[in-house]
Design a protein around this ligand. Structure first.
Ligand code: NCD
Ligand code: ZN
Length: 352
């Protein structure tokens, strides 16, 4: 049977290696959208104020655990937001205690709530050295922020100007280049011999920049890093379906309310938690690569992070179009669910 004829697929339960859950009412509303299908997720620390210390990460994890739907086995994997004042010993202690799985690097000003990020990389060198020593991964938002660099070039320039020198100086540091959006990033990861992997989002496998800008502006497709040309989207799909262990799913599902998205200066972020697995199944099916979905969504991530794959399984079944809600209601306002632009035929069931 070729992949194209498969109508049912059972795989290990997937994890999301890059997720925004926010806090308060928003956390309460969006958390079930992730826990419905996913076993674990790497939780982004870009709250206001950011999650910088072990103590803040513990408190945030407690709030997430308190918001879990009854009976949920979901496990949040916490990250610490790297600032120029981050204490290497606090990071090491958080890692040793199992409080923080990774550290997140935002170049200052790169994206939503990144003002406390890093401008002077020499200031974070002691933290990076410590992380290399203890084997703690660094999750990287890979975009330069200089206003003179074209927004479509910011990832490629980041690789040359920041990531290459950083990895040369600290070759033992385990790096995850997050939400890669370019052929350049895919090539860079493929050419590296060790300590580098990349996450790919659901939406970057589906949209290119035309989806945002052609035929009227579509704020719900605006995210950072911004989607690039079609050739880059195709490169991302090729990486995702390749089975290459260095590429895995990080949805970057990033809820913003509709009023925050639909304004003269709208927020960046696509909310994909709800329908991600159906979207991915559609993408992998169309590429004749359903047999590689488990590696991308469920196996490669834990392997890179040194964790076991989930014991539970999910079953994806192909049938009539599956309906997902167009938006999620939150006490802060509605959050629009990512619209892939095609019917979704794969339903998802988590097996007991
Ligand atoms: C994220 C957010 O809203 O927090 N937005 C986004 O466009 N992806 C921040 C981020 O990951 O860049
Ligand atoms: Zn993100």
């Amino acid at each position: 049977m070729t992949d194209k004829n498969i109508t049912s697929l059972t795989i290990r339960q997937p994890d999301d290696w890059h997720l925004h859950l926010r806090d308060g009412a928003m956390l309460q509303a969006v958390l079930p959208e992730t826990t419905r299908h996913f076993g674990r997720a790497i939780i982004m620390p870009n709250l206001v104020p950011p999650v910088v210390t072990a103590q803040q990460a513990t408190a945030y994890r407690d709030r997430i655990m308190a918001a879990l739907p009854d009976g949920s086995h979901f496990q949040p994997l916490m990250t610490l937001y790297l600032t120029e004042d981050t204490d290497p010993e606090d990071v090491a202690a958080a890692h040793a205690a199992g409080i923080a799985t990774a550290v997140k690097l935002y170049p200052a000003g790169a994206t939503t709530n990144s003002a406390s990020g890093v401008s002077d990389f020499t200031k974070v060198r002691p933290v990076l050295e410590k992380m290399a020593e203890i084997g703690m991964p660094l999750c990287v938002h890979g975009e330069v922020t200089n206003s003179e660099i074209d927004i479509f070039d910011r990832e490629a320039v980041f690789i040359d100007k920041v990531l290459k020198p950083l990895r040369k100086k600290t070759p033992d540091l385990k790096v995850v280049m997050e939400h890669v959006t370019t052929q350049d990033a895919v090539d860079y990861v493929r050419d590296s011999s060790k300590n580098l992997a990349a996450t790919i989002t659901t939406h970057h496998l589906i949209i290119n920049r035309n989806h945002i800008l052609a035929g009227g502006i579509k704020p719900h497709y605006y995210c950072l890093p911004v989607a690039k040309r079609e050739l880059h989207r195709v490169a991302l799909v090729q990486a995702a379906i390749s089975g290459d262990k260095r590429f895995f799913l990080g949805t970057d599902s990033a809820p913003h309310t509709d009023p925050a998205k639909l304004q003269a200066c709208g927020c960046a972020g696509c909310f994909t938690a709800t329908n991600t697995m159906s979207c991915l199944a559609e993408v992998f099916d169309a590429a004749g690569a359903l047999s590689k979905l488990e590696a991308f969504a469920s196996l490669n991530g834990p392997r890179y992070y040194g964790l076991d794959a989930n014991d539970r399984t999910i079953t994806l079944t192909k049938g009539d179009a599956v309906q997902y809600p167009s938006h999620i209601d939150t006490q802060d306002g509605p959050v629009t669910v990512f619209e892939p632009g095609f019917d979704l035929h794969w339903s998802v069931k988590v097996n007991a």
